[in-house]
Design a binder for this molecule. Structure first.
Ligand SMILES: CC(C)(COP(=O)(O)OP(=O)(O)OC[C@H]1O[C@@H](n2cnc3c(N)ncnc32)[C@H](O)[C@@H]1OP(=O)(O)O)[C@@H](O)C(=O)NCCC(=O)NCCS
Length: 153
C-alpha cells in the first residue's frame, strides 16, 4: 500500500514563509525561547536550517551553521506530539551529511545540563561531551550550565 502524500514527513530548507510557525513552536517548546528576530535573522542570513512538515503542519526544525572546519548546531525542536518518532534524529543526520559534503571536520553544540532527552539523542548519534560552559543559560532560579558536545566527522 502506498503512503498518501499527507502521511509523509517532508523535510525541506526553512524559508521566511515558515517564520510564524517556527516561532510558535519555539514559544511552545522552551521556557526561554529565541526571539522572532533571531529566528528571522537565521533565515535571512542563510543559516543551514530545515523545517519538517506533516500534513502541511510544521512539526519540527533544525538551525545550524555549516562551515569549514567546524559546524555548529544552534537549535533543534520537535513538536511535543511528534516526539520519539525519529524526527530529531533525521534532522541531525541531515546536518551531519551536509557538513560532511562541505568538508566540515566536526560538529559542535551546547545542551542544557538538565536536558536529558536531547543529550540522549546526541549521544545516540555519537556526540561526545567535551566540556561545560558554566552558567551559560538563563534558568528559572538563576543560571544553568551547558554541556558542550562534539561529533568528529
Ligand atoms: C530533543 C528533541 C529534539 C528530540 O526529538 P525527537 O524527534 O523526539 O527525537 P527522536 O525521536 O529522533 O529520538 C532519537 C533517539 O534519541 C533518544 N531520545 C529522544 N527523546 C528521548 C527521551 N525523551 N528520553 C530518552 N531518550 C530519548 C532515544 O535514544 C531516541 O531513540 P528511540 O526513540 O529509538 O529510543 C525533542 O525532545 C525536543 O524538541 N525537545 C524540546 C526542545 C529541545 O530540548 N531541543 C534540544 C535543544 S539542545
Amino acid at each position: 500500500m502506498s503512503a498518501r502524500k499527507s502521511d509523509i514527513y517532508n523535510i525541506i530548507p526553512m524559508t521566511i514563509n515558515d517564520l510564524d510557525d517556527v516561532y510558535k513552536l519555539e514559544l511552545a517548546s522552551y521556557s526561554f525561547p529565541w526571539t522572532k528576530e533571531i529566528l528571522r535573522d537565521c533565515i535571512m542570513y542563510n543559516y543551514d536550517s530545515f523545517s519538517v512538515f506533516f500534513d502541511n503542519k510544521l512539526v519540527g526544525y533544525v538551525i545550524s551553521k555549516i562551515s569549514y572546519p567546524e559546524t555548529h548546531i544552534l537549535n533543534l525542536t520537535v513538536n511535543e506530539s511528534f516526539r520519539r518518532k525519529g524526527i530529531g534524529k533525521s534532522l541531525i543526520n541531515i546536518v551531519i551529511n551536509d557538513a560532511k559534503i562541505r568538508k566540515s571536520e566536526d560538529i559542535i553544540l551546547e545542551v542544557r545540563a538538565n536536558n536529558f532527552e536531547a543529550q540522549s539523542l546526541y549521544h545516540k548519534l555519537n556526540f561526545k561531551t567535551i566540556g561545560t560552559r558554566h552558567g551559560y543559560y538563563e534558568a528559572d532560579n538563576g543560571r544553568e550550565d551547558a554541556y558542550v558536545l562534539k561529533l568528529i566527522l
